[in-house]
Ligand binder design. Structure first.
Ligand SMILES: [Cu+2]
Length: 183
């Protein structure tokens, strides 16, 4: 019985992890050279899939939480990454770095590396020749998300939740005791 319970807890934890999709685009939301969505707030253990929906883009981390794994993809690669260190991840598309093609992901509720991220954003914004001010706007969005995180989310926000669990078997179905339980 203990084994069964442990199995159910484990399955529950795996089902909880979500996968988010970020599109890499030359044109999106009326703007050139953009990640969509460019600002995300996820939980530790969640993953992101970067989709090369238009050509010529990739992902490179600029600032990440201490101990986190750097992000790096090839151009036009579909790139999947699991984020398990809490904090803010600032990333960019290297070929379009000077056009402020960048994004922010906060993992968990801690933003302990925010100062380092702001410094890195300052450096990017100082060199930007296009879409100036865009990453500051993203940072503001993230701050707003964090400020609202303790309140009830508006109904419109809930639609941005990915349906990661729709194809997964239910915990009940997986946790059925097998006749081969060796106890
Ligand atoms: Cu790009």
């Amino acid at each position: 019985m203990k084994k069964l319970l442990l199995t159910m807890v484990f399955v529950g934890a795996v089902l909880h992890a979500k996968d988010y999709e970020v599109k890499m685009m030359s044109w999106g939301n009326g703007e050139p050279m953009i990640f969509d969505p460019a600002v995300l707030r996820v939980e530790s253990g969640d993953s992101i899939t970067f989709l090369p929906v238009q050509q010529g883009h990739q992902v490179d981390s600029v600032k990440i939480p201490e101990g986190a794994t750097k992000m790096h993809s090839e151009i036009d690669e579909k790139y999947h990454v699991t984020l398990d260190k809490e904090g803010i991840y600032l990333y960019t598309c290297l070929p379009h770095r000077s056009m402020n093609m960048a994004g922010l992901i906060q993992v968990g509720s801690k933003s302990s590396n925010r100062d380092a991220v702001v410094k890195a954003i300052d450096a990017l914004e100082a060199k930007a020749t296009m879409n100036k001010g865009r990453i500051y706007r993203y940072l503001k969005q993230l701050d707003d998300m964090n400020a609202g995180a303790t309140q009830t989310q508006p109904a419109a926000m809930s639609q941005t939740q990915p349906a990661a669990m729709s194809h997964a078997p239910s915990a009940g179905a997986v946790a059925k005791p097998s006749s081969a339980a060796g106890e």
